[in-house]
Design a protein around this ligand. Structure first.
Ligand SMILES: [Zn+2]
Length: 380
């Protein structure tokens, strides 16, 4: 762990530094921007130093990831890794607080736009923005798990359960805490996963929800304030973990709802039959990417393979798609022609979805874009 060079000051000219030893004065000045935070009992200079040495990986720079990254950077977490596969779109600006109109107009990758913003917010920290699709095969490398400075926590800003189950596997198999959060509509859930203490995500949700069975922000909408509340709770729990104050980390699920306002905390224990944290079957980390992967098929089209034998509720999925696309539906498939989704080829995007979960995304050759379209509009 390398310690950043401190700001050189003349203690005689600095009101913070008078009457302090030179070494302590340097520390105070470097951390003076965190003065109000250090007043909180249990933080102080020692806690701030701990935060400055910490590394947090944020997977997904959407609405949750933006708020969490902003809070962590302003709190002085010294090393932040951002991983995201998407570009900034106009409809993101309602709630994705690190982005501006120019980012959407220029089609900036979210990971790079967010990293640039965080560096402007806090020049004392290091920020790594990775434009990548987190998959089982590349996940440990992208998260720097085997490095000399692996993440002290993984913050979930993703929009799909396949990624969340992968992060849960990584957390339990490596011992790195994982902060789950999910938001849709006016409702959110947050759950800290601390390996060896309390439940993991699969204790609550043993199997991956079938595609189309859960609403997404793209089909059911989302309010900006509930995202901010959920990300704030998620980040507060992450900070307690980084400060090694596990007594304040909730062993269970936190439920949050707006209009009508409602919060509830469910204290939970680990499930002794859990495939992940009890039986240590890390099937989402060891999965062959090809099984659930996207592959080029034909000209300017990507196929998403079915991840299992599903029987999708196509009329329900159609209802969610109709705000964004012209949809035709048959008993065994639907076809959605998006009205404003354009690909890297300048072509309109069309999604053909079969009842077994297989899909073809036409108009693109980008596998990550095809996966993103599937996650956003089909889910799972
Ligand atoms: Zn478990």
């Amino acid at each position: 762990m390398t310690v950043r060079p401190a700001i050189e000051i003349n203690p005689a000219e600095c009101p913070f530094a008078r009457s302090l030893t030179p070494a302590y004065a340097v520390c105070i000045v470097e951390f003076s921007r965190y003065d109000r935070q250090m007043l909180i009992p249990g933080i102080g200079i020692e806690g701030q130093q701990r935060l400055s040495e910490a590394h947090v990986a944020i997977v997904g720079c959407g609405a949750l990831g933006c708020v969490s990254a902003d809070l962590l950077a302003r709190a002085g977490v010294g090393h932040i890794t951002l991983i995201d596969r998407d570009i900034v779109e106009w409809s993101n600006l309602q709630r994705q607080s690190l982005f501006a109109e120019a980012d959407a107009q220029q089609g900036m990758p979210k990971a790079l736009a967010a990293a640039a913003r965080l560096k402007a917010i806090n020049s004392q920290i290091t920020v790594r923005g990775l434009v990548a699709d987190l998959l089982p095969a590349n996940s440990l490398h992208l998260l720097d798990v085997a490095s000399t400075h692996p993440p002290n926590a993984i913050v979930d800003g993703s929009d799909n359960f396949a990624t969340r189950f992968l992060l849960n596997d990584i957390s339990i198999s490596t011992g790195i805490p994982y902060l789950y959060a999910g938001v849709v509509g006016k409702h959110a859930t947050v759950m800290p996963v601390v390996p060896g203490r309390g439940p993991c995500l699969r204790c609550l949700l043993p199997e991956l929800p079938p595609p189309g069975s859960t609403p997404t922000c793209d089909t059911a909408g989302v309010l900006g304030p509930i995202v901010t509340i959920a990300a704030a709770v998620q980040t507060a729990q992450a900070l307690e973990l980084l400060l090694d104050r596990s007594a304040y980390v909730v062993p269970g699920l936190i439920e949050l709802q707006l209009n009508p306002f409602h919060t509830r905390t469910y204290a939970l224990s680990a499930d002794v039959g859990c495939a992940c944290c009890s039986k240590r079957d890390f099937s989402f980390l060891s999965a062959d990417d090809a099984q659930a992967d996207a592959t080029l098929c034909g000209r300017d089209a990507v196929q998403i393979a079915s991840s299992g034998c599903h029987s999708l509720d196509l009329p329900h999925i159609t209802a969610g798609l109709q705000a964004h696309a012209d949809v035709q539906i048959w008993p065994f498939m639907l076809r959605a022609s998006f009205r404003s989704q354009m690909s890297e080829l300048g072509l309109p995007i069309a999604l053909t979805l079969f009842r077994d979960g297989r899909a073809i995304v036409q108009g693109t050759r980008r596998l990550d874009l095809a996966r993103s379209i599937y996650s956003r509009f089909v889910g799972g």
